[in-house]
Write a new protein. Structure first.
Length: 118
């Protein structure tokens, strides 16, 4: 699997933004997809994840109720819908994937910058 992230940009606090992660490869149903982020001077943190074939999303407490992870089967794309964004959401966002049995994410896309202005 290969991943290509896009959709970052500048957004005002309280606004919305959608990130996209295009996945190439076969048997995406065997993978879990996730979004991580890394703010300046901070460690990378997990934001959200879901299995490709089963809609059981999980979210970090900091984004629960504001962010939604989804996927479009026809486009082989995973999305992160960000709403009611806050300045603390400013970070480089990465999409990642791992096979179901893996304990860590081994496939990473390039980062996309999200900047939230107050």
């Amino acid at each position: 699997v290969q991943l290509q992230a896009s959709g970052g940009g500048l957004v005002q606090a309280g606004g919305s933004l959608t990130l996209s992660c295009a996945a190439s490869g076969r048997t995406l149903s065997l993978y879990v997809f996730a979004w991580f982020r890394q703010a300046p001077g901070k460690e990378r943190e997990w934001v959200a994840s879901r299995r490709w074939s089963v809609n059981t999303p999980k979210y970090a407490d900091s984004v629960e109720g504001r962010f939604t992870i989804s996927r479009n089967n026809a486009k082989n794309t995973v999305y992160l819908h960000m709403s009611n964004v806050k300045p603390e959401d400013t970070a480089v966002y990465y999409c990642a994937a791992k096979v179901l049995s893996a304990t860590s994410y081994g496939v990473w896309g390039q980062g996309t910058q999200v900047t939230v202005s107050s």
